[in-house]
Write a protein that binds this ligand. Structure first.
Ligand SMILES: Cc1ncc(COP(=O)(O)O)c(C=O)c1O
Length: 389
């Protein structure tokens, strides 16, 4: 097999390369500015100042105050801290239920199941076939016993955008906390904690050009959470442990760059995604694009071709130098069909044929041309092969 001209990376929803500007901003903290922000001497004070500044800058990107930003190790930790922390803080007040959607990332679903083991009643909202929360189901399940609701803003597998501000408003009216996983949403939808009444919001650095292992949880002033870890006073005791100053500085830089460029970047991705989608549908008219009926973020295209399976297609794409994914990265290597597509009642044969192509900084028109050319030929071969079986 000949590879595509250059390797083509269509897995930006899994992770993104660290931006040069971010790397440069972080460098001094691996060298002369190595201090521990808890130390009182000059090295410590210097590190503390950098950390405080990073907190302020990340806060500004979310419309938040610095003390509302808690640095985490990434999306998974932020999601767990919000769900478990809020549940453990509120359950003592007679709020016994946790409300979420069946299409969340496993970081949320795992945390919600943990609240279940701790006595919570787990409630799952119905979804429309297009992949959006059914608001009437949300209304029916939201009552005064709900401690915390969590709805992702942009789905990581099919890209559908959820009506987060509206749902957060409803939760507020009922006195429940509202969390949103905005890991795939930051830089793709407008986020403003001053105007939108969510209590907690998770972002992750490595999806926006910062390194892996850093993220932030917005915690609205006054919203209580129990920490997951114990033993230190860092971050007001919400997240004990010596802070990763370099990565926090990197996150601040990446978040600012992402927002400064988001309009142009989203317009570019929308154009490329639409070209890719149209090109695939033209050559494979029976391909099914998931989430197409809903409003979608511009960087994710999820497509199933009847008569193929995602594992073999991904392998064939990889042999041609094209990196895509079968759903979320955490699912790679597992042959279970996507829980997201299953929750949306997608036919099992289509669910196990799903290919997620996610676009980003590395995607060019040339990449899209190559994929439009190569993907249908691989599909034709896969279909021939499965018919011969
Ligand atoms: C929607 C969503 N939430 C959470 C995560 C987990 O983030 P992290 O890899 O930073 O732990 C991901 C990563 O794929 C994601 O897409």
């Amino acid at each position: 097999m000949t590879p595509a001209v250059d390797p083509i990376y269509l897995d930006h929803a899994a992770t993104t390369p660290v931006r040069e500007e971010v790397f440069e901003a972080m460098k001094p903290f691996f060298g002369p500015r190595f201090g521990n922000p808890s130390s009182t001497h000059r090295w410590g004070r210097e590190a503390r100042a950098a950390l405080d500044e990073a907190r302020e800058r990340v806060g500004r990107c979310l419309g938040a105050r610095p003390d509302e930003i808690c640095f985490t190790s990434g999306g998974t930790e932020g999601d767990n801290l919000a769900i478990l922390g809020a549940w453990r803080a509120l359950k003592v007040r007679g709020r016994t239920a946790v409300l979420t959607t069946p299409i969340e990332h496993k970081a949320i679903l795992g945390a919600v199941h943990q609240t279940g083991r701790e006595g919570a009643e787990e409630r799952f909202v119905a979804m429309t076939p297009a992949g959006v929360v059914d608001v009437s189901s949300f209304d029916a399940l939201l009552d005064d016993t709900v401690a915390v609701c969590s709805t992702m803003w942009v789905n990581n597998e099919i890209g559908t955008i959820q009506p987060v501000p509206k749902l957060a408003e409803k939760a507020k009216e009922r006195g429940a906390f509202f969390h949103t996983d905005a890991v795939q949403a930051f830089g793709k939808v407008p986020i403003d904690a001053q105007k939108q009444p969510f209590d907690f919001l998770t972002i992750s650095g490595h999806k926006i050009g910062a390194p892996k292992g850093i993220g932030a949880l917005f915690i609205r002033r006054g919203a209580q959470i129990e920490p997951l870890m114990h033993g230190g006073t860092q971050d007001r005791g919400r997240r004990p442990g010596t802070e990763n100053v370099a990565a926090a500085v990197g996150l601040a830089r990446a978040a600012e760059l992402t927002l400064a460029e988001c309009e142009a970047h989203c317009a570019r991705l929308t154009r490329l995604r639409d070209r890719l989608e149209a090109g695939i549908l033209e050559k494979i008219p029976d391909a099914v694009v998931h989430g197409r009926e809903a409003e979608r973020a511009p960087h994710i295209l999820n497509v199933s071709v009847p008569g193929t399976d995602s594992e073999s297609l991904l392998m064939a794409l990889d042999l041609r130098g094209i990196a895509a994914s079968g759903g979320s990265a955490c699912q790679s290597g597992s042959i279970d069909p996507s829980h997201v597509l299953t929750a949306l009642n997608v036919r099992p044969d289509l669910a196990s044929a799903a290919i997620r192509m996610s676009l980003g900084v590395l995607t060019t028109d040339r990449c899209i041309d190559c994929v439009i050319e190569i993907f249908p030929t691989l599909v034709a071969k896969a279909r021939e092969f499965s018919e011969a079986q």
